[in-house]
Design a protein around this ligand. Sequence first.
Ligand code: SF4
Ligand code: SF4
Length: 314
Amino acid sequence: MLKELLDTNHCFKLVCGAGNEDIEEIKKLVYVYASAGCRFFDLSANEDVIAAARDALDMARVYDAYLCISVGIKNDPHVNKAVIDYNRCVNCGSCEGVCPQGAIHYAKVKKYKCIGCGKCWKVCSRAAISYVSEEKNLDEVLPAIVEKGIDCIEFHAMGNDEDEIEAKWKYINDNYEGILSICTSRGKLSDEAIVERIKKMTENRKPYTTIVQADGFPMSGGEDNYKTTLQAVATAEIIQNSKLPVYLMLSGGTNTKTTELAKMCDIRYCGVAVGSFARKIVKRYIQRPDFWTNPRILTDAVEAVKPLIDSVIL
Ligand code: SF4
Ligand code: SF4
């Protein structure tokens, strides 16, 4: 049971990316991280992505792992996709150079790879990049996914549209009985508003059936330092101080320093979810054309990710 893993307070979750529908990348990420000891995986709400993750777990002979799918409200950064305006674009290549997902090639965006991180937008001096929200229609995707079996649904609710949040949260609660996760950050909400929202969202749920993911800076975790992870710990403290009966998970800018900083700040977390940093440290291995044929690559990739996983699970 996922609950047992959360109760250990040493749960490491690999975040593949709510918008990441790159099947081959998902398969390799899950294979490497499962082989290295990860037992909780966060995936896009896409049946093919889930099937790829299950294949990878079978290949790694890991049979005690848990899958979470992520859904979001309109304009939550996790469900945004970059779009280029070719009336403005001068094909300078700057966006391609910074994209952590390799989602831009010759000023064309491969949507299935884009995770909406915003890095391309920041470097475009021509203001040629904007975002479209591609949030999933829950009626269309959830029933089939829930029927096939998952262990958690994560709801990204970083926005101010209370009606949409309420309606989608109700739909999820009415259609899924397992553990739910709420991903929240200080980006658009005051500290008080975060607590009020979580209180409202959990008032009808049983104690400790909800994870609250304290998302520091969403999708910011490229570096392995305290500064990057500071906001995740600060956000977690706000949720902890609310004393709500929820599992508290750190995310957003998380890295190998996260647990150390959280312990120093007396944060009692159930685990740490790592996305950008986790994907970055394994990128050079999973991009290799001989990944599936050269056993040495998997060994090296596992070695590369072990310190990150161990910083949480040990
Ligand atoms: S950075 Fe802007 S101008 Fe340059 S290639 Fe990308 S979209 Fe075009
Ligand atoms: S930089 Fe981020 S937002 Fe831009 S295309 Fe790449 S993944 Fe998408």
